[in-house]
Design a protein around this ligand. Structure first.
Ligand code: MN3
Length: 256
């Protein structure tokens, strides 16, 4: 991989040149390139040997107690996430032309994936992407963090107050039918939006009904909360506010 700065510069120049000459495909190009090749996330690149690996967890399984229990963390990370990684690698073994592509290149181009592995990349690549994001989003020192001034301003501009935003986000997450995710995402103009996705789909996917860069999100699959909260998803969402690392959310908001 070349360094991402030169990549973004090339991408910027390419888009700038196309805009300057008014090429009609620009909108398609922008949609396809949304966040691909940017340095939006620090977990999107494959390791050098081309096989994806379970990313290191930055805290102990019990570090998010009492809000997320240790047993849930251990099973969620070491079993569920590991399975997504294993099955993603199995899919890539079947389509060797995908070897060396970054996780972002795979999940943001589901429509271009070979048909035989498309669903596997969508489900397991999506699972790997979403969970890598989720572990980074949470922190045992979350209570010492708060949204940056810029992010707070953007949230209040859209939802009037932080409390109102939290209520709207919770409503969105509670309303996901079955398994899926609720996200706070932004577009390239830094407009914020609430997005929900089914299963392991992500707003970075080309197939998503609504696209954007996620900066915060919650896994509302029952495996994420059932051991502690049983059927009470709303209680899990209420506890979740205590483990969000707003420094990380603010960083993702401030970056392209
Ligand atoms: Mn999960």
């Amino acid at each position: 991989m070349k360094n991402s700065n030169s990549q973004s510069r090339r991408s910027f120049l390419k888009q700038g040149a196309l805009a300057a000459i008014g090429v009609g495909v620009l909108n398609n190009l922008k949609a396809n390139e949304l966040y691909t090749g940017s340095s939006a996330f620090n977990f999107e690149m494959p390791p050098v040997d081309g096989a994806f690996e379970l990313p290191k967890l930055d805290y102990a399984y019990n570090a998010l107690e009492p809000f997320i229990d240790a047993q849930t963390m251990e099973i969620h990370y070491s079993k569920h996430h590991q399975t997504y990684v294993t099955k993603l690698n199995e899919a890539i073994e079947k389509a060797p032309e995908l070897k060396g592509k970054s996780l972002m290149e795979l999940v943001s181009n589901i429509n271009s994936m070979p048909e035989g592995v498309r669903n596997a990349i969508r489900n397991h690549g999506g699972g790997h992407f979403n969970h890598s994001f989720f572990w980074k989003l949470m922190s045992p020192t979350a209570k010492d963090t708060m949204p940056s001034a810029a992010l707070k301003t953007a949230i209040e501009a859209k939802w009037i107050s932080m409390d109102n935003f939290k209520a709207e986000f919770a409503k969105s997450a509670t309303g996901v039918f079955g398994s899926g995710w609720a996200w706070l995402a932004k577009d390239k103009e830094n407009n914020l939006m609430l997005i929900t996705t089914p299963n392991q789909d992500s707003p970075v996917m080309d197939i998503a009904a609504q696209r954007g860069k996620p900066i915060m999100g919650i896994d509302v699959w029952e495996h994420a909360y059932y051991l502690k909260h049983q059927n009470k998803r709303a209680d899990y969402i209420a506890d979740f506010w205590n483990v969000i690392d707003w420094n990380q959310v603010s960083k993702w908001y401030s970056e392209l």
